[in-house]
Every structure is written in structure tokens, then in C-alpha cells.
Design a protein around this ligand. Structure first.
Ligand SMILES: [Mg+2]
Length: 166
């Protein structure tokens, strides 16, 4: 696999998680979801998860095994969020390191091909998912957030870096 393929998501969603076609994922054989948190479930800088996202999580839990795996080191905050959403949560995951995800795959008792990682970042979420042979889904931040400039800035850099390769 050439390295640009590692940075190409299986599915590139034009919207946020709430716009994902969950039925299409189940038809692909996906049985587990690993969710990024920052800018995937909660726009960076926001403190409250959008009700539409909460509802989406509820719907997802009815179809898949669902975990949050975040690089965010704020364990207290993330675990509180995980509790509110009813999801098990790993913080300081160090994506694109595979370690945390391998742990979740073991906990889910699913092969990587049956698990989708959903996130907003190519160099963390998509890269680690592709390294493991998972289904990778790139999404945009939810809600009507005016995206925190650093998040937008990083994404622009990533897109800039990836475009010439594809
Ligand atoms: Mg993120």
C-alpha cells in the first residue's frame, strides 16, 4: 500500500457524523464504531454535545458496538462526556499509534474489517484506521460551529499535503 492510500478514507462524508448513512455501514459488514471526540462529536471549544449528535449516538448504539477513542488528554472531561453518551472512552490514545485501537478491537471481539473509525483528521483517525485495515470515515465537525481556527487550519494543511499525492 502506497503511503497516500494510508491517508485516503474509505468514506469521505461531506457532512458530520449525523449525516452518515448508518445502514450503508451495516451493509458493509461493519459491527463496531470507534469514534473520535474532538471535532467529530463536539466542535473544538464547545462544551455541550449537540442534541442531534446525542440522538445519533443513541441510534448508533442500537446497531453497533461503539467506543470513543480520543487523543485528548483531559480524562475527567472525556470520561464525563462518555458517561453522558453511555460510551466507553479511551483518552490520550496517541493516534495514529495502533495500541489503543488494538485494545478496543479486542474488547469488541471484532476483526478490524468489521470496525469503522470515524474522525475528522487524516493524520490521526484515518491513518491509524487504514494501518489496521479498518473502514475509515472522514467527517466534518458537527453543528453550526464556526470552526475553531486551529482545527480549520490543521485540516487545510492536511488537505494541502494530501492533494498533490492523489
Ligand atoms: Mg478530532
Amino acid at each position: 500500500m502506497k503511503y497516500q492510500q494510508f491517508l485516503t478514507p474509505t468514506i469521505s462524508c461531506q457532512g458530520s457524523v449525523v449525516d452518515l448513512d448508518l445502514e450503508a455501514l451495516t451493509k458493509r459488514g461493519v459491527k463496531g464504531l470507534i469514534l473520535d471526540f474532538d471535532d467529530t462529536l463536539l466542535p473544538l471549544g464547545a462544551l455541550i454535545v449537540d442534541p442531534a449528535v446525542v440522538q445519533w449516538v443513541e441510534q448508533s448504539k442500537g446497531l453497533f458496538k461503539v467506543w470513543i477513542v480520543s487523543n485528548n488528554p483531559n480524562r475527567k472531561f472525556l470520561e464525563a462526556m462518555g458517561q453522558v453518551l453511555g460510551l466507553q472512552t479511551i483518552t490520550s490514545a496517541n493516534k495514529p499509534s495502533r495500541r489503543a485501537l488494538l485494545r478496543v478491537l479486542t474488547e469488541m471481539d471484532l476483526p478490524p474489517q468489521q470496525v469503522a473509525i470515524i474522525g475528522d483528521r487524516l493524520f490521526t483517525d484515518v491513518l491509524v484506521g487504514n494501518r489496521l485495515g479498518m473502514v475509515t470515515v472522514l467527517v466534518k465537525p458537527p453543528g453550526n460551529s464556526t470552526v475553531f481556527w486551529q482545527g480549520g487550519f490543521l485540516r487545510r494543511i492536511e488537505r494541502f499535503l494530501v492533494r498533490p499525492l492523489s
